[in-house]
Design a protein around this ligand. Sequence first.
Ligand code: NAD
Length: 378
Amino acid sequence: MTRISRRKFSVLAGSLAGGILVSGVPLALARAPSFQEGKKLGVALVGLGSYSTYQLAPALQKTKYCHLAGIVTGTPAKADKWMRQYGITQDHVYNYENFDQIASDDAIDIVYVVLPNSMHAEFSIRAARAGKHVICEKPMALNVAECDAIIEACKSAGVRLGMGYRLQSEPYTREVKRLVREKTFGEVRFVSAAAAYISRGNPNQWRLNKALSGGGALMNMGVYSIQSCIYGCGKNPVSVSAQEFSTRPAYFKQTDETITAQFTFPGGTVGQMMTSHNASANRLYASCDRGWFELKPANNYGPLSGRSSEGPIAFPHDSQQKLQMDDFARHILEGAPNRAPGEMGRRDMVIVEAIYRSIREGGRSIPVELSVGYGFGG
Ligand code: NAD
């Protein structure tokens, strides 16, 4: 049997204790060194590509409840640069081979998986088995079976699982959720979402390689379109029909270029989405019984912008990644809602699979098998 680290033991003890509280604090957390000492939770970023470099690491310099405590990279030169830039010492630097040793690193509470999509399941599962809470980037994995394996690994290790869905913590998106929940404009009858950008870069990049990405636009910006349609009406779809368009097959050899899809939702709401690697689009629009609302842009790093039939929607801008990681840390520390749980990532993958199936079957309507309210998060 492998040695159980102090940190791992505290997590397992907490899960076995089934929610026992010490002075209002979950037992696992009361024992966790970071919490006892009033320190921020330590985050290790796995994969130091563009999202980690230009968004997550800078955001972790501004977070209140967590901080950058470690890195996992296959490139020693990157490790040296990050250690200098962020004051990380060698004992919190890992590569993909020795990653499992992170289990005995008490400075790391959360592992954030920021790798190509095909590596999300492996590293999320290894992180959970090391006793670390997990944030997994979108899309959660290559398919629903992998999502199930991640969720199961986190459950059995007694660790929390969150998706890298930054918009779930972002104020314009939260305002849309409020308008829908409180029926400010009555019932949403029609929702439309588009999330797309033009890809012209390196034809050998992993996003164009099906084995590494699992798919094209749909497995990238498509996830935002799906999410927008769902929070734009507050329901999970019951069926979807989809179409694929290809105009640059020499560049998009293995992966989808443009996809459109139409949803039906319970209660007669209908929706449509578009995603593409060959067009620019960034919008959410909903038409309701007594008005409408729109976010445009709806899914970039911000500032977003919004309006409704009653006037502008406006919030001060803040780093979405900062808000997202602090929300997840507060979920761990204080039991705050998990805004983007693993079940939400899995739900979106059920829909992705239904969309690809509809395309394979000539645009036929495919039922989306989800229970009501499944995967909505906090
Ligand atoms: P990237 O290509 O810039 O970085 C990928 C990293 O993975 C690099 O450090 C690379 O060295 C490493 N890697 C390890 N094995 C690799 C392999 N076999 N092939 C290629 N790279 C390998 O990608 P990125 O834009 O940082 O995206 C990483 C993940 O983050 C993806 O899942 C993506 O969908 C997600 N992402 C999310 C957002 C968001 O807004 N939530 C934004 C960008 C990216």
